[in-house]
Structures are given as structure tokens and as C-alpha cells.
Design a protein. Structure first.
Length: 133
């Protein structure tokens, strides 16, 4: 379990260095390595985070019921969030810039996530859509 942070950090470093390099080389912000799910950095970070969460299952069971319920709801819509977030990003356009400063990118990512979760949780209440989400 101790290798998960190191693995995540190296995936993050690969993504950050690649993004900085291509952005400086092209003289425009480049999000190819951040937004590409098939990039080695994103894949490394994702698998490390997944493995870490699985390794913490016994600790997650000891959390209070409200936090467990929130985690359960997020887990139930995670695939829907993955599927719908590109549409949310397209619909929001420049309102939530994902190519500005680090703080703008972090805020944009959080807002895209929250909107995607909202859409998916709302969609679960509609018969037919609930089977997809």
C-alpha cells in the first residue's frame, strides 16, 4: 500500500512535465496529456488511486453513515460522470476555462465534476435513464 502515493506521484510528474514541455514548445496551453485517458501518466494515476481506495476498504467501513452514503452515491454514478463530463465541458464552453491558471483549472475541474454528478444523480430519478446511469 505504500507504493500507491509514489506511483500516483510519478504519474502526476509525467503528466505535468509532458504538459509543461508541450505547452512551452507550442507556445499555447496544451491539455493533451491531462485530458487523454490513454496517456501513461493519467493511467498510472488512475490505477494508483483505484488500488489505494481498494486497500483502504476496512478504514472506509469505519466511517460514519453519512460519509459512507456519499461515497456510495458517488460510486453508483461514477461511470455516468465519466460518460457525461465531455458534454458538460462542451455545454459550459468558456464559462469554466480549463486552460487558464492552475487555480482556474482546479476550479473548472471541480465544477465540471459537481455538475456531472448532479446530472447523473438527477438522471437516476428518471425511469429508463436510471438503467443507463
Amino acid at each position: 500500500a505504500k507504493w500507491y502515493p509514489l506511483s500516483f506521484g510519478s504519474g502526476f510528474a509525467v503528466t505535468a512535465v509532458s504538459t509543461i514541455y508541450t505547452s512551452l514548445r507550442d507556445k499555447v496551453p496544451n491539455t493533451n496529456f491531462i485530458s487523454c485517458i490513454a496517456s501513461i501518466g493519467v493511467l498510472t494515476m488512475s490505477t494508483s488511486l483505484f488500488g489505494f481506495c481498494i486497500s483502504q476498504e476496512d478504514k472506509l467501513r469505519r466511517l460514519n453513515a453519512g460519509i459512507q452514503n456519499t461515497i456510495s452515491v458517488l460510486a453508483s454514478v461514477s461511470f455516468g460522470v465519466y460518460l457525461i463530463h465531455p458534454m458538460i465541458m462542451t455545454l459550459c464552453g468558456n464559462v469554466l476555462s480549463n486552460t487558464g491558471s492552475i487555480s482556474q483549472m482546479a476550479l473548472g475541474a471541480m465544477l465540471y465534476f459537481i455538475l456531472s454528478v448532479f446530472v447523473c444523480v438527477s438522471g437516476k430519478c428518471i425511469y429508463g435513464i436510471a438503467r443507463i446511469v
